[in-house]
Design a protein around this ligand. Structure first.
Ligand code: PHE
Length: 346
């Protein structure tokens, strides 16, 4: 019996199955009720007492070995079953869709990067604002046309005819964030405020009722127009390339005096003249100026001690230039065929 067990042990340990059928034959031969091992246990009853202990132990080892072998082969054969399609190793991997940043976010981050490099902080504020922060404290006269229903989306207008500091509206520019910064911080202030703004305009390839801005504010002692110009020149070269030229044209904003609009040499044709710059060689990119003393005083900043400059620009414009996408609406439709083209950018 001892020898028989030993030879079965050897057979079991060298056994391997190529498939389920062979494994089943193994089970029938050794483990099933009429198999060799139960048969041996049957014989074991008649073994004389002196040998019982040793043979009993050996028999248990045999039974365990057969059971273990069976279990191992069973799981091994199962995972190697190529007829089960989920485990077809030649199948292409599941196509995980990789997301990408929205082009407007890419350009916004680039602008933020450029200004934070020279010490500007980033400030944010509410999109739903009051008249006070969007207009009154920025020196808009009560009858200023920008307050008109044509431009501003009002959420609740307290008096239908007159402007009222309590009116609630969607901000038309992020200058409102700068008012909040001036209310809450003491100079020196050096901050930019990126964000979404809203104006009641008809949607077309060149205009939208929602767009994005980055506005900047710098208030300290002795801030001059030369500082403004140099800061914007630095921005233009970083954003549009080191050969970019700028020019400032006189303009008007209620909250700055003097005010200017800045053009850059056309980044498409390099200033020679093309469709994009309408053959002028220049592109208008932002508004700017020295903060009006009335604006400083409205937020309790001493306008005799401090001066400052401010500027504001749309994000869609540089995005259109950079990616040469000339229909603004594409930035708002979230068509995946458009968005996935920006996958390599950050
Ligand atoms: N707030 C202005 C706009 O929305 C831009 C601007 C900001 C102009 C700061 C001058 C100074 O058009």
């Amino acid at each position: 019996m001892f020898e028989k067990i030993n030879s079965l042990l050897a057979e079991i340990s060298s056994f391997s199955a190529k498939g389920n059928e062979e494994l089943e034959l193994f089970r029938l031969k050794f483990l099933s009720k009429k198999g060799l091992i139960p048969e041996l246990f049957e014989e074991f009853r008649n073994i004389p007492g002196a040998d019982k202990k040793e043979i009993g132990q050996k028999l248990n080892i045999l039974k365990q070995a057969a059971q273990e072998k069976y279990n191992i082969l069973k799981t091994g054969i199962h995972t190697a079953d190529y007829s089960f399609s989920a485990e077809d190793l030649t199948r292409p991997a599941f196509p995980w869709m990789l997301g990408s940043r929205h082009p407007i976010s890419i350009i916004r981050n680039e602008i933020i990067d450029i200004f934070t490099r020279i010490g500007f902080t980033v400030s944010e504020g509410p999109e739903i604002e009051d008249d006070n922060h969007v207009f009154t404290k920025l020196n808009f006269a009560p009858e200023h046309p920008a307050r008109d229903m044509q431009d501003t989306f009002y959420i609740s207008k307290i008096s239908p005819e007159d402007s009222n500091p309590g009116d609630i509206l969607l901000r038309t520019h992020t200058s409102s964030v700068q008012v909040r910064v001036m209310e809450n911080q003491k100079p020196p202030i050096r901050t930019i405020s990126p964000g979404r703004v809203f104006r009641n305009e008809a949607i077309s390839a060149r205009a939208h009722c929602i767009f994005h801005q980055v506005e900047g504010l710098y208030i300290d002692e002795n801030v001059s127009f030369a500082d403004l110009r140099q800061t914007l020149f630095y921005y233009a070269r970083e954003m549009f390339g080191k050969d970019t030229k700028i020019r400032l044209r006189p303009s008007y904003f209620p909250f700055t005096e003097p005010s200017a609009e800045m053009d850059i040499s056309c980044s498409i044709c390099g200033g020679k003249g093309c469709n994009v710059c309408k053959f002028t060689g220049w592109l208008e990119v932002l508004g700017c100026g020295m903060v009006h003393p009335a604006v400083l005083e409205a937020s309790n900043i001493d306008s005799h001690k401090y001066t400052g400059f401010a500027f504001g620009m749309g994000i869609e414009r540089p995005a259109m230039l950079k990616y040469q996408v000339n229909d603004l609406r594409l930035y708002f439709e979230n068509d995946i065929r458009f968005l996935e083209q920006f996958r390599t950018a950050f």
